[in-house]
Ligand binder design. Sequence first.
Ligand code: NAP
Ligand code: GLV
Length: 309
Amino acid sequence: MNIIYYNDGEDNAYWLAGLRAALPHADIRLWLPGNDKPADYALVWKPPAGMLAGRTDLKAIFNLAAGVDALLGLGNALPANVPILRLEDAGMGMQMAEYATHAVLHHYRRFDEYARQAQKQEWRYLETPLKRDFTVGIMGLGTLGRQVAQALLHFGFPVRGWSRSRQSVSGVRCYAGRSQLDEFLEETKALICLLPATAETAGILSRDTLGQLAFGAYLINLARGSHLVEADLLDALDSGRIAGATLDVAAQEPLPPGHPFWHHPRVTITPHIAAATLRDDTVRQVTEKLLAFDRGEAVTGMVDRHNGY
Ligand code: NAP
Ligand code: GLV
């Protein structure tokens, strides 16, 4: 079996060692420009267009991440009929639940305000809202959104979720489709975005959406920068409509020097680390799926190119 591999920004020696140990009979090679030898499978994260263009020899492409926006963004440089599989959890669900829980509790328990008080050596109690007045809304009830929901339910928050098709998640009030978006947003005090970046979800965190949340709500974007209209968030923060935001992703990554988010007193920025791709979990999942797929068995995590995720 021949496998080509490209993993943007990662330690290739470390990854290749893990992959070769898991698939000892395969010839796994780091793809370099001009390397056009036939291959059965491609394992990729943010590959250059030249890697996959015209590669009708491939049986499948494995995306080494949950989001396939960068891969599908290659457009015509992707071979048309080759199946694409994405990562499902692979250790990201727990990380996402940790990050989201931290962010929600941070806002709920008013830690930013206590930090500002501490700078002034001010010892003063601030009232914590009632949980029933602090509804958490999760956009995207997929692999990651569901795990975030479970973690927040554990702390007693009312949790609601929104998805494209109707989902049922124990303890979560579920909404589906554009027709139920307004209802989902109303009363939401902390909005967590865990949607895939698709044509339908681009710019979904806009003035309109933010304006429908409970007054003084918090935004937590853990998905992609393309979901957020950054100028609309800045306006909403200035007007007080949005009390604060925690952003793990940005339209341009790395966030450029001088970007207003860096210094905004009510914006917390992290460098796209909410859920990292973990080598060992990823290698285990990709190996199992690849071998099953090769035997002609059904595997999960197939990407629907039409839907974009
Ligand atoms: P997933 O399992 O595919 O779940 C996606 C969810 O979004 C599903 O519930 C889906 O609805 C919903 N959705 C898709 N399009 C929609 C639309 N137009 N309107 C309403 N809901 C829509 O994906 P996942 O594994 O949970 O990952 C979600 C995203 O997280 C990834 O795409 C990636 O961008 C991001 N991510 C970020 C990091 C980070 O470190 N910041 C790490 C990993 C992933 P249905 O249930 O109806 O299909
Ligand atoms: C990371 O952002 C991913 O999509 O896995």
